[in-house]
Design a protein around this ligand. Structure first.
Ligand code: ADP
Length: 587
């Protein structure tokens, strides 16, 4: 080769080296620009405290971040992991690059012996050269995620003094991984330095995102708890806006989610004036207000429900008031029971006084008859009346005792024996034919299917009382007369079904579900004239359920009612829960 040729070749190589150098410089410049941009973003994010308006924006920012980190490090995959101090584990968090959501969701590792754990604990970066052979990577199951090599650096959040830039506090919150260097290369020390530099900035974003996620999660849990409360909860801020209202409160107040939109104040949304006043007072006084408020039942507006409304001021930790919270407790049932108890005491006193007055009257008459004015026959008639009234008193007292036993959760003892049903029904009809409620235009008939087994296993006295109470009521609540029928047929080979129907006043639909509750009476002009305690059906229901059966009612106001009950024909000695067996029988 001549000298000139040598010079040309050297020039050629120089030009090639210059081009390479310029390409390298451009690449470095691009990297530096990318880092500057990222640093700027991190700065903006940390300056604004609240880096994203919502979680999806936050996810987007993180997504952009992992894409950039992968790009800068020329990595096929990138993921970050966060430390969970409850379980002392590191877990991968979305978003990641080159790994799918399922892989991220399930990647959770202990600190001991794993690559991520070691990097986190030592607060030192580490290079993974071969995921197949590296024990730490094996323990973490990295190869199964398609990982060959990588770099792991700690994510350290550093708090600095704004003026002096001195480190005030630092905390390692997790690790940042890049995996699978592109073009078959492996990661080197320069990559580690670059990733460390990126991690310094990204740690702040991830930390903010984690805190944000935590806050959102806690808020969701709190809202979930508030929503699931059976009592209503309403929170109103100082400006009068409803900032929280759970489903129970919406139902009670007849408010839909749509009503809460549009930034209207509580007095534009809550229609009830008394309740508006409660909020006005609570917000005005910043104290606690407790009121009973009556609101129309959303399902049957003509009926009112009574709520105990209790408010309490809501403030921040620093004591600044932000509004008021009200709890709406539905006390309708308690009020009803209260009312029923009062009514019960007066009806029971009346029911007790009636036979006592009669007994006292006849005994006094007999005592005063010192000169034998009444003949033997009349005296016998008086003794019979006293005897009947004593029985009536005893029955009432027995009923009351049974109610209190059942209420106390003590099962009324059962005395199971063999019962001849047609015979029992005949006897009940005979006795009821002599009842004071039996009008001349009443007829009582039995309609029993011949396939009802003879005998049926039941408690003779209780079954008799069931029939007496139901037939007695059928007569009592059909004061204009009509036919009372005792039906009986097999529901299945094991269960017999009875129905006692009348052509009387019937029961309003809204009372049907409450029939059989203690002291529950339909209170209207018709029933008020007819005395009663409201414990007859309660006992019928309890006795039927004790037999493993179920009671139900069909009724139409002005047309009449049928009280049904089912009864298993055989009876095991196992203790049965009324309800569970009842539903089995009825089903
Ligand atoms: P009481 O008759 O002593 O009031 P019950 O427990 O036997 O108590 O009945 C409860 C209520 O159910 C009655 O007050 C009445 O309002 C209603 N009721 C019971 N049986 C009938 C019936 N056959 N027809 C219409 N209403 C009835």
């Amino acid at each position: 080769m001549s000298f000139d040729e040598n010079v040309d070749s050297l020039r050629e190589r120089l030009r090639a080296v210059e081009t390479q150098l310029s390409e390298r410089n451009q690449h470095v410049a691009r990297l530096e620009k990318a880092i500057r941009e990222m640093e700027q973003r991190v700065k903006e994010a940390s300056e604004s405290q609240q880096p994203a308006a919502d979680l999806s924006e936050m996810e987007e920012a993180l997504k952009r971040m992992v894409v950039r980190v992968s790009m800068i490090l020329q990595a096929g995959k990138c993921m970050f992991m966060v430390y969970d101090q409850n379980t002392d584990e590191l877990f991968a968090e979305k978003p990641a690059q080159g790994l799918d959501d399922e892989q991220i969701k399930t990647h959770r590792v202990k600190l001991d012996g794993t690559l991520s754990g070691e990097c986190f604990r030592n607060n030192k970066p580490t290079i993974l050269y071969d995921a197949e052979t590296d024990e730490r990577a094996q323990k973490e199951g990295l190869a199964a995620l398609g990982i060959k090599n990588g770099v792991c650096v700690p994510l350290e959040v550093i708090k600095r003094d704004e003026e002096t830039n001195k480190v005030l506090d630092s905390k390692v919150i997790g690790v940042l991984h890049v995996f699978n260097k592109r073009y078959g290369n492996i990661f080197m020390d320069e990559d580690v330095q670059l990733l460390e530099r990126l991690a310094r900035n990204t740690a702040a974003i991830i930390n903010t995102a984690e805190t944000y996620r935590q806050v959102v999660k806690e808020k969701d849990e709190l809202v979930g708890t508030i929503q699931s409360l059976t009592m209503g909860l309403v929170m109103v801020n100082k400006a009068g806006r409803i900032i929280q209202m759970n489903n129970s409160a919406m139902r009670a107040l007849g408010i839909t989610k749509g009503d809460l939109l549009g930034g209207r104040t509580y007095d534009q949304i809550i229609k009830d004036e008394r309740l508006q006043e409660v909020f006005r007072n609570a917000l005005g006084s910043e104290g606690e207000v407790s009121e009973e408020v009556s609101l129309p039942d959303p399902e049957t507006p003509e009926l009112a429900r009574v709520f105990q409304v209790q408010t309490a001021p809501v403030g921040t930790e620093s004591g600044e008031s932000i509004g008021t919270a009200a709890i709406l407790n539905d006390i309708t049932e308690i009020k009803n029971v209260d009312k029923m108890k009062t009514a019960f005491v007066s009806t029971v006193s009346h029911e007790l006084r009636t036979p006592l007055t009669s007994i006292k009257g006849f005994i006094s008459t007999l005592l005063q008859d010192t000169d034998g004015f009444y003949d033997n026959e009349t005296r016998l008639e008086f003794y019979n009346i006293i005897d009947t009234e004593c029985d009536r008193l005893r029955r009432l007292i027995d009923d009351l005792l049974n109610v209190s036993r059942i209420e106390a959760g003590n099962a009324v003892s059962m005395n199971i024996g063999e019962v001849d049903v047609p015979d029992m029904v005949k006897k009940v009809i005979t006795i009821q034919n002599g009842s004071t409620y039996k009008k001349p235009n009443h007829t009582i008939v039995a309609d029993l299917s011949p396939d009802i087994p003879a005998p049926v296993q039941a408690d003779q006295d209780k079954l008799e009382q069931i029939f007496h109470n139901l037939v007695g009521n059928a007569l009592k609540y059909s004061p204009k007369g009509g036919q009372v029928t005792v039906h009986g047929r097999m529901m299945s080979p094991e269960v017999v079904q009875f129905g006692i129907s009348d052509q009387g006043m019937g029961i309003p639909a809204e009372h049907l579900a409450k029939m059989g509750e203690r002291f529950h009476r339909v209170d209207n002009r018709d029933t008020r004239e007819i005395g009663g305690t409201g414990i007859g059906l309660f006992l019928v229901k309890a006795f039927v359920e004790q037999h493993g059966g179920k009671m139900w009612i069909e009724s139409e106001v002005g047309k009449g009612s049928t009280f049904f009950f089912s009864l298993p024909v055989t009876h095991s000695d196992e203790p049965v829960e009324g309800g569970s067996l009842a539903s089995k029988v009825a089903g």
